[in-house]
Design a protein around this ligand. Structure first.
Ligand code: UD1
Length: 428
């Protein structure tokens, strides 16, 4: 397995282009199953997860074509006919978001067999809300031998759905299933993440009638069919926030181009409190930090527009070198402190009590061998490595490749001393 080696201490100077959002792209790709006309997605990130979903969609009958357009990478997805409505265990297990093909398959063909995703490293992550929403839309759901068998032979019908708590995935899945349902669907206590707005915009471009995305009540008026469209994937706010914290950690001045400050405002407010200079315009953010030590601040993760759980590990890395003590509360996932023992290997002083981590800032971190445990945890180790003395080697970087496009290239271009050691020993 590939590893990433970082020699800490270099300041970052330059520009980092922000890619399209992984978490949006994979739901937009699933949306292509809803129409027999081509969906052209621009500003597409090229990631292990998008390639993987492309392979699953091809099995279901989608022609997936990757091209480079005037504005960068594009993917055209065209599903003239669904040739299979089965998403097998092996594929859903490897990428949880594959489960999102269930709703579109059901809406388009009236039936689907999709493996349950099973557990994952950041908590139990059940899909009960997804299934209840599909049932509310009139689907018959049976669970058997780890599979969801879903049927709606006469199509789905609009319904009132109120989620007991905010779920990004369940909100997206309900949107994907309801756009072709007959009548009106109302989703209450909906997630408000920018990826939900992006999905609604794309579905509307395909002829759907979705109103209220970005608020906690979404109205969907079902239509008989969707047509082709071109849609630009929203910039990745998690990649944006991650590089913002990389700049804060290493020091220097970095401009994040193609980034939307409004999508990371909770993080930018925190960075200002720690002592980082932040400036932004419509499509870029510039972060500047001189040599002064950052100040510790407390953090609680929350659904959007609160502080994203996907940026919690990176913020903890930052706080590990700050002046004072920071209390970090994780409210979204119950097991999302897997990075703590790895950060501790670099010399961080962190103790965990339930859903709360206490980070006592230390004067210096020291490079070591560490292990990536999940996508966002692994990038926190890269950030810590940028400021650690000596060499940090992050093992199992396939987690990173799932969600960060050309990470070593983007950081390297700003002066970071970072390289990939390939499985065969070759370095790049
Ligand atoms: C998505 C993102 C993930 C991000 C998370 C929260 C993708 C591919 N992943 O994950 O990166 O960290 O939003 O911003 O977009 N829950 C249930 N039952 C359900 C669904 C969720 O109990 O049916 C729970 C989860 O276990 C979790 C909480 O609800 O504790 C929120 O999860 P959710 O918002 O659904 O996250 P995902 O969509 O899985």
């Amino acid at each position: 397995m590939d590893r990433i080696a970082i020699v800490g201490g270099a300041r970052l100077e330059g520009e980092i282009p922000i890619s399209g959002a992984k978490n949006s792209a994979i739901k937009l790709m699933a949306a292509s199953l809803l129409s027999d006309q081509p969906l052209r997605l621009t500003n597409m990130p090229r990631l292990a997860d998008t390639r993987f979903l492309g392979r699953l969609l091809s099995r279901l009958g989608t022609q997936v074509t990757e091209t480079t357009g005037a504005d960068g990478p594009e993917t055209v997805l065209h599903a003239p006919e669904i040739i299979s409505a089965l998403a097998p265990y092996d594929l859903v297990r490897q990428m949880r978001a594959s489960f999102n093909v269930l709703g579109p398959l059901l809406a388009r063909t009236g039936h689907a067999k999709v493996s349950l995703p099973g557990g994952c490293s950041i908590g139990a992550r059940p899909v009960d809300l997804h299934l209840k929403a599909l049932e509310a839309l009139g689907a018959r759901i049976d669970l058997h031998e780890g599979y969801v068998y879903a049927q709606a032979p006469r199509g789905l019908q609009g319904a009132e759905i109120e989620f007991p708590f905010v779920s990004v995935g369940a909100t997206e899945h309900t949107l994907l299933a309801s756009v072709l349902a007959s009548g009106v669907t109302v989703i209450r206590n909906a997630a408000r993440e920018p990826e939900i707005v992006d999905l609604a915009d794309c579905l509307n471009a395909m002829g759907a009638k979705v109103e209220g995305a970005g608020t906690d009540v979404i109205h969907v008026t079902g239509v008989a069919s969707l047509h082709g469209a071109t849609h630009a994937v929203v910039p990745d706010r998690i990649e944006t926030g991650t590089y913002a914290m990389a700049a804060a950690m290493a020091g220097g001045e970095v401009k994040l181009t193609g980034a939307r400050a409004v999508h990371v405002s909770a993080l930018l407010d925190m960075l200002v409190k720690t002592g980082v200079d932040v400036a932004h315009d419509a499509d870029s953010i510039t972060l500047k930090r001189n040599g002064a030590r950052l100040k510790s601040v407390d953090l609680t993760t929350d659904p959007y527009p609160g502080f994203a759980t996907d940026l919690q590990a990176q913020f903890m890395a930052l706080m590990s070198l700050a002046d004072g003590e920071s209390v970090i509360r994780e409210t979204i996932f119950e097991n999302r402190f897997m990075h703590v023992p790895e950060l501790s290997r670099l010399g961080a002083d962190i103790s965990v009590h339930g859903a709360e981590a206490r980070v006592r800032g230390v004067e210096a971190l020291t490079g070591a061998q560490v292990m990536a445990t999940d996508l966002r945890a692994s990038v926190s180790l890269v950030i810590a490595g940028l400021a650690a003395k000596g060499e940090t080697v992050v093992n199992r970087v396939y987690h990173l490749d799932r969600g960060f496009e050309r990470l070593e290239e983007k950081l390297g271009a700003c002066g970071a001393n970072i390289r990939r050691i390939r499985e065969d020993g070759e370095e790049s």
